[in-house]
Design a protein around this ligand. Sequence first.
Ligand code: ASP
Length: 333
Amino acid sequence: MKRIQLIVLGWICLSLATFTGQAQGKREYVIVVHGGAGAMGGLEQNAELSAQYYAALDSALDQGAAVLDRGGKGEEAVLAVLRYCESNPLFNAGVGATCTAEGTFELDASIMRGQDLSAGAVAGLQHVKHPIDAAYRVMTQSEHVMMAGEGAERFAREQGLEMVDDNLYFATPKTMKWVEQLKQESKKNGTVGCVVLDKEGNLTAGTSTGGMFKKKWGRIGDSPVIGAGTYADNASCAVSCTGHGEYFIRHAVAYNLCARYKYLNEPVEKAADYIIHQELNSEAGNGGLIAVDKSGNIAMPFNSGGMFRGYLYKERSTGAVRRQVGIGKSLRH
Ligand code: ASP
């Protein structure tokens, strides 16, 4: 009898340790950001420009860390990071977004909360200053998951979000050149995304983009499609993708990763590598993703020339903050 009691006690202790280990992983919080994947065309050799990107990625991570350090939720951190990126002309989201074949700017964004699988997405916005805010309002203030075009703009206006009268607000000198000429086949890939594991163990994912250069009117990519460009589930991972959206939709990449993690018990890095390097590569589906799992492990694979990316996490035991950012293969800091 005594032996049985001991075994039961041992089992209870082990279960408790496992449970606490999961709920309170070795990282107090984790933030991962991407600023798009693409060919990069020797960007790393351009010291001045690459320094601007590194600095922007660092600032984006700082925005998220500031929110989490003052006790904010993961979804607030995702919003802060993506709002910053939408305001930074270096990235293909908000100001700096790439243009359609008609020289206009049509913006897409989405956000998902892993705690209750609630999600919000917007597509084809032309006058909402921060598309990620509109996606968040769809998630929190409507009974819907996805809204597009004029209806989405009307909803954003009703919600009191900041609007811009002129669609060219999103243009920069660089994108204006494309608008005027629409000849340059430069494929600007600078969609932005952020995934966060917060102090409560909640996962959030968000993505914002101008889409693909010279896209047809009304074209919607993977970024606002829940399950393709964005997904978060506290039982598995938070994921944000960037790349050739049509392929990411076909392969339901963001959900695919969570499903491999959940049902095949694959570590997040293995699942992410498989999808990006095997599934997508076999169809020339160019791009990458960022992911964090419920234990705080990170994956950031890409099959393109490079991907603007970075992570920042705080160690629970020491309070030390670790961070790295990268454009090409290597990471620095
Ligand atoms: N995935 C985005 C889209 O297809 C573009 C990108 O990430 O660069 O709209």
